[in-house]
Design a protein around this ligand. Structure first.
Ligand code: PMP
Length: 426
């Protein structure tokens, strides 16, 4: 008997803990660019892009070819045992791409959370301090340190006991909800007064555009004031670009649009077009704070993932995907605004390049998050063969992370379905 979504779902429930979240009860069989076919042969338009991993689409032929070629050479040595060129070449390229004039070095690991863990380790070693300031609504991963940094308790850390200490939470600016740049800066000064001296803080970590928190864009003046504050107190500024990176926002890193450079930058997700790769790039003298052997891992910077990432960088050049990120953003935002004109419940459309979100609230009242409606829209869109995601502290934000390689016709098709969902449900 052939597999069905239902039969695999039953096996999943029996074999896999419920903590492994599930947004859609669909099992993929194969995928190409922005299209996924499930095990029953049904076709879906993918506006989720593996949660920001597929900026170059599913199985881009150039990535497939690069990986196939690498597989004829070497798949694993552990970089600590035998080095290999793709790791070195990729680090050289990323050191040039990450914003900032000072010489840089780059470390490769496997997941976004691991990159964040390492950035904190490096900042601690560089400063001899332990404290870290993170932000409301921030998301940095599911490992212990990153859970402490993540500004959303349920479902991530609830019931899991004491998290690593010396993490302090400041307010992320959020104009829609009345948090100004001044408020956010004041919240940091309050931490210095109430919780920990500035001289005990190793790092301030933030996402230039919050991902899981609801696609809030950090105002440029906030980022610049944060930079000045870090310089004043000898604190390292960490930009977590795990979700914003690899071209999603219209520049390769979102920080390029902020007018200042971070000391350390984390990246993952779309950097290797669907293969597990992450890393930290930072000012060379900071990156060298940790002694030999203190950084790395068995699979860190796998040759396969490095080959894929090198192909991703070439695809961005050849297909001008940074320009495409801007035009995809414009097309989708224009279409969403037309839907907003019919439905007050679309309280705000936010975007930087192709990182696009719509916050839903009852009757447009931002104090009444419409999380249930987001769930209904995501489910109805799936019935109509469009895969969407939600996010936000209150789960009331629809987010779009469509591959930048999607065609205009596919973008329009997705917009039509989103419009129909609101017409039917809102
Ligand atoms: N930081 C940010 C900004 C993220 O969006 C994520 C993943 N959503 C992470 C860190 C963690 O990455 P991973 O799931 O690869 O550990």
């Amino acid at each position: 008997m052939s597999d069905t979504n239902e039969s695999l779902q039953q096996r999943r429930v029996d074999a896999i803990p419920r903590g492994v979240g599930q947004i859609h009860t669909i099992f993929a069989d194969r995928a190409e660019n922005s299209t996924v076919w499930d095990v029953e042969g049904r076709e879906f338009l993918d506006f989720a892009g593996g949660i920001a991993v597929l900026n170059t689409g599913h199985l881009h032929p150039k990535i497939v070819a690069a990986v196939q070629e690498q597989l004829t050479k070497v798949s694993h040595t552990c970089f600590h045992v035998f080095g290999y060129k793709p790791y070195v070449e990729l680090c050289e390229k990323l050191n040039k791409l990450v914003p900032g004039d000072s010489p840089k070095k780059n470390l490769l690991v496997t997941t976004g959370a691991e990159a964040v863990e390492n950035a904190v380790k490096i900042a601690r070693a560089a400063t001899g301090r332990t404290g870290v300031i993170a932000f409301t609504g921030g998301y940095h991963g599911r490992t212990m340190m990153t859970l402490s940094l993540t500004g959303k308790v349920a479902p991530y850390s609830a019931g899991m006991g004491l998290m690593p200490g010396h993490v302090y939470r400041a307010q992320y600016p959020n104009a829609l909800h009345g948090v100004s740049t001044d408020d956010a800066m004041d919240s940091i000064e309050r931490i210095f007064k109430n919780d920990a001296a500035a001289t005990d803080i190793a790092a301030i970590i933030l996402e230039p555009v919050q991902g899981e928190g609801g696609f809030h864009v950090a105002p440029k003046d906030f980022m610049q004031r944060l930079r000045a504050l870090c310089d004043q107190h000898g604190i390292k500024l960490i930009a977590d670009e795990v979700q914003t990176g690899a071209g999603r926002t219209g520049t390769f890193f979102a920080m390029e649009q902020m007018g200042v450079a971070a000391d350390l930058t984390t990246f993952a997700k779309s950097i290797a077009g669907g293969f597990p790769l992450a890393g930290v790039t930072g000012r060379a003298e900071i990156m060298d704070s940790i002694a030999p052997g203190g950084l790395g891992g068995t699979y860190a910077g796998s040759p396969i993932s490095c080959a894929a990432a090198l192909a991703v960088l070439e695809i961005f050049e050849e297909e001008k995907l940074l320009d495409r990120a801007k035009s995809v953003g414009e097309i989708l935002v224009t279409g969403l605004k037309a839907i907003q004109a019919r439905h007050k419940t679309l309280a705000e459309i936010r975007h930087m390049g192709s990182m696009i979100a719509v916050e839903l609230s009852e009757g447009g009242d931002v104090k009444k998050p419409a999380a249930a409606l987001v769930g209904q829209v995501v489910a109805r869109a799936r019935e109509k063969s469009l895969i969407l995601l939600s996010c936000g502290t209150y789960g009331n934000v629809l987010r779009i992370l469509v591959p930048l390689t999607a065609t205009d016709a596919q973008l329009q098709q997705g917009l039509n379905i989103i419009g129909e969902c609101f017409d039917e449900l809102a």
